[in-house]
Design a protein around this ligand. Sequence first.
Ligand SMILES: *Cc1c(COP(=O)(O)O)cnc(C)c1O
Length: 486
Amino acid sequence: MKEKLIFDLSHSGRKGYRLSPLDIPERSAESLLPSKFLRKEAAALPEIPESEVVRHFVRLSNLNYHVDKNMYPLGSCTMKYNPKINDYTCDLPGFASLHPLQPESTAQGALKLMYELEEMLREIAGMAAVSLQPAAGAHGELTGILMIKKYHEKLGKPRHKLLVVDSAHGTNPASAALGGYHTVSVGIDGSGCTDLEDLRAKLDDDVAALMLTNPNTVGIFEKKIPQIEKMVHDNGSLLYMDGANMNALLGITRPGDMGFDVMHYNLHKTFSTPHGGGGPGSGPVGVSERLVEFLPVPLVEKYEKEGRTCYRLNADKPDSIGRMMNFYGNFSVLVRAYTYIRMLGAEGLRRVSENAIINANYLLSRLLDNFSLPYPKPVMHEFCLSGDRQKKENGVRTLDIAKRLLDYGFHAPTIYFPLIVSEALMIEPTETEAKETLDAFADALIAIVEEAASNPEKVLSAPQTTPVKRLDEAQASRQLNICCPI
Ligand SMILES: *Cc1c(COP(=O)(O)O)cnc(C)c1O
């Protein structure tokens, strides 16, 4: 179904509102604004009654795909269902109407929420301190990298290289470069984990830190963290953990206990804010004792005054890397994460991760006969399949399979990432999907594999049922000079 533009639905004189009669003297526009700012002609706005506006936007939202509609198996993104109570709390007038410049004494509730959220995140990951400032995971990476840089500078021995494991998210090397570092990649071994020999060969006295993701991007838990931690710290380097995959670790194990010096959390992923299409996000950083003094300012502090507990922001930290963002970060995401954590409690958070892992392993077991798995099982909360077999036998690529999934009513998984897996399909079901949904998704993928053999043209020309059919993506990406996963 095609949806008209709202301008094409407009009819002169139809209105969605009526104002009460004016009970003050009318003033002309000229008496209120300098004439150079006044339009000569009325703005061309659509005229449309409320019922039609509502229906127009509901129809548009139905054309769209979203996690309130069906499963969103986008590997690496943790597109879980986001409980609506999160939106309720962040819409409470006391939070939603806060002004960033209002005096601290009138924003004590917001500061308390931030303080307690920091404490909860600290506990969840076992870090010494947390800052909520960064606006997203990648911004948290940059924040962490700038702290690492300042740490080495303060020791009087600036270093110039950051080691990044091959399976890392693309934001890792990008943040390293933005932080002024030269990136050196470390390979992975046959089990999908960091290659210790390669790491040993690349660790020299110019390496500021190693960045790794755990569980890593192919969904495997890095088992040799104790050895890695020793090698890195013995070399005077620091250890960064990309915490985007915390959905697999909640209540089970903690990066701080593994010896990581700095990590970021992706609140919008693990702690459930609807995200995608660029935001909103929040990427707090947690640090070990080594880096506490370098955290961005201001920090939220608790103090006692006349027998009352109060909160304030303290920017007086001489060794801080400074501000990473205006004001207090993406506050509404902080309220959602706080609500989510408080609703689940410690027990509930652990069950989130256990169920995320069980769901991923169940779905994987349903798909193993049809796709190859480049790295060994068991997996954590996500897994990466290869569509090599379909490409070789039927000339159907992973891109075509992803497009055909849209016809079956599913969002496609992440494809062609990570780069270390050819024809990659990276699938993260999350804990919020029921067995029936996982089965329906597996059935759809298996049906597509059968179609690829019996009627490849059907898969190659998909999608047929979406509002927009197949795009010339080669041309689109040439024109936009981008490379995007879907
Ligand atoms: C999502 C993700 C990031 C980047 O986080 P953003 O919040 O999108 O900036 C980094 N690393 C991994 C492994 C991720 O999945």
